[in-house]
Design a binder for this molecule. Sequence first.
Ligand code: ADP
Ligand code: ASP
Ligand code: MG
Length: 409
Amino acid sequence: MALIVQKYGGTSVGTVERIEAVADKVIETKKQGNQVVVVVSAMSGETDRLLSLAKDITSTPTPRELDVLLSTGEQTTIALLSMALEEKGHPAVSYTGGQVHIRTDNEHNKARIVDIEGAKVHKQLAEGKVVVIAGFQGIDEDGNITTLGRGGSDTTAVAMAAALKADECRIYTDVDGVYTADPRVVSDAQRLPRITYEEMLEMASLGSKVLQIRSVEFARKYNVNLRVLSSFEDGPGTLITDEDENMEAALISGIAHNKDEAKLTIVGVPDMPGIASQILGPIADANIEVDMIVQNVGLDNKTDFTFTVNRNDYEKTMAILKKTADAIGAKEVSGDNRIVKISVVGVGMRSHAGIANIMFKALADEGINIQMISTSEIKVSVVVAENYLELGVRTLHAAFGLENGAMSK
Ligand code: ADP
Ligand code: ASP
Ligand code: MG
């Protein structure tokens, strides 16, 4: 008997009919002789709806109270799915994150799972029940409800699979796998039959929201057998796996994009040791993550410093930067929150020069201006104006021939 963790995302549980269809899929898996743990998200749109209710009251909701509110979305779907299973004659039991001891740190709104106690779940499974667990939420040391950041149900599922030593973790969503680019942007994007943990980590961190990045980190760390599949149609999906010798390392496996970025620039900064830390220190102290950084010393020995942050942090960062500019005697501060980051990802890039150049030339041929560039061993990212998002992604997808699947060496 295998133990399988299945996770169903928001669209998959978006209506009562869909919840009933999920129940059928769960029952089918059980009938094949498996034990099944199901992790569900809130109904699609529900987390956004709850967020906007909070924002109607205050622009700065207390993080703790926001978590109490946001966690209710998943509490609804676990109850409904359990009812649907029972109604179809299959015993089921629903649990919130706290009830199955998904212990997290106390970073409200972006908490990290530190421990999961699997005993209760194993006991219910042994009694023949399907266990339905609320995604995206946990509980801190003091018993406060926490949430894991947007898309966090993926992480609940993988962490649960690791804690229970499940045989497989299946992420059911509204696409039938991981594609060479977001299929909503590129119509001829191709499903990847397999992708390495490392590439998936990179894709997720660069904006491919099909999996939350932390879920991939967990999967790699605990060697969870992870697959992304469609909840609407049967198929093999995409297996996330270690690199093995039978797998030809892809030169380019995909194009990722991230719309949640904003860029800030401080100009005419005196060039001296410690200046980067003076600029970025107060931003880090405010718990704002900085992504790309470009610094350039001009002929006048003054430095221009540009960096990107999450778009939600734009105003807050701008206020901090203005204060810093006054304090260090910088000339001016400017910003742009209508930018996007587009990235080309592939582990095979490590041993290949020239990828960046193909990328820059393809964008230039379309008249797309590159505002910032950053590279690592396995990716090249550029920042461009938001209105070039679709053209940029499609251009790069075509430039690397990804309509035929991942580009091999
Ligand atoms: P769920 O609610 O099931 O968690 P998400 O909306 O979080 O679903 O993730 C699935 C979505 O991820 C897809 O609908 C797709 O638009 C988007 N996506 C972005 N990049 C990719 C990619 N490379 N492959 C597949 N889907 C992607
Ligand atoms: N409901 C949460 C969200 O919308 C968590 C998830 O769907 O994974 O982000
Ligand atoms: Mg998701």
